[in-house]
Design a protein around this ligand. Sequence first.
Ligand SMILES: [Zn+2]
Length: 319
Amino acid sequence: MTSSPVNPSASGRSRFAIPVSTLASGYALSIPVLTITGARPGPRVGVSAMIHGDELDGLLIARELWRTVDPADVSGSLWLMPVANPLAMEAVSRNTPIDMLDMNRLFPGTPDGWLSEQQAHAITSGFISEVDWLIDIHAGGTFPWVDYCYVLNDEAFSRAFLSALLYKPSSMYPATTAAAAMARDIPITVVEIGGGYHDQAEHVRNGVRGVLNMLRHAGVLPGAVERRPRQLLLHEIKVMRPRHGGVCVPARTLNPAEWIDGGEKLAEIVSPHTFETLETLTAPFERSVVVLTRNYATRIHPGDYAFMMGDGATAVWYD
Ligand SMILES: [Zn+2]
């Protein structure tokens, strides 16, 4: 199944759905896209959210963009994909429930693979290949929260999101939306914002502000591109995955972009049976920068994303 059903010359607000498959129940699985098209020509910017079904913040950001971006201000178009993985969203699950696969390791997908691969293929052909710029919004998930964005193939585009923290990995996870976009020479920024038990309004406000600024950078919206001085570019991040599950009890409240000394206690993993400390997580670098954190005691699985810490020694300040 393919799709390219929008009439690009029609200005205003419109919607379409990218077909994926027929579910066992007989219901059609498709992925909704909302479009805001201006009367003037210009590029098409795509915003995708909820590739992972436990990351609601991107949907909330897309909702605000849908409510507030006026087609009269737009040159080109804005395509919003608020629920890229509908079944995972229903289940509040990172992975697609039917095959339990992480769709963001399966791009560009294939039409005759697992459901997650079929879905990735539909998104690649019906969305990623159809846009000139791509913003893929992620979050920390149900319990942790994050606030940073990746620098991949367009540094200025990523900086325009206005995060305090940026991350340029030496190697990206394979087969992500970013890999699919980069293979097609589409400027891509992966945003990580929100999640956990935290005030969503702040994340939505910052997310909308960032995406609007990126739309100015791409030329879809008029006006000067805002710049944020003193953004910190990380080159190395350690994902801290506990060996033991249990209850993760943070030592204190930490915020992304905060600097802490190596060895500082981040959290204890506590046995729910005996209340013994099974494991203590500490800041890994001599100067560590908080990237992903947990502000409340929560259930944790062995191997979960407990914390993410940047290496202060290899970080670089932009002026
Ligand atoms: Zn994600």
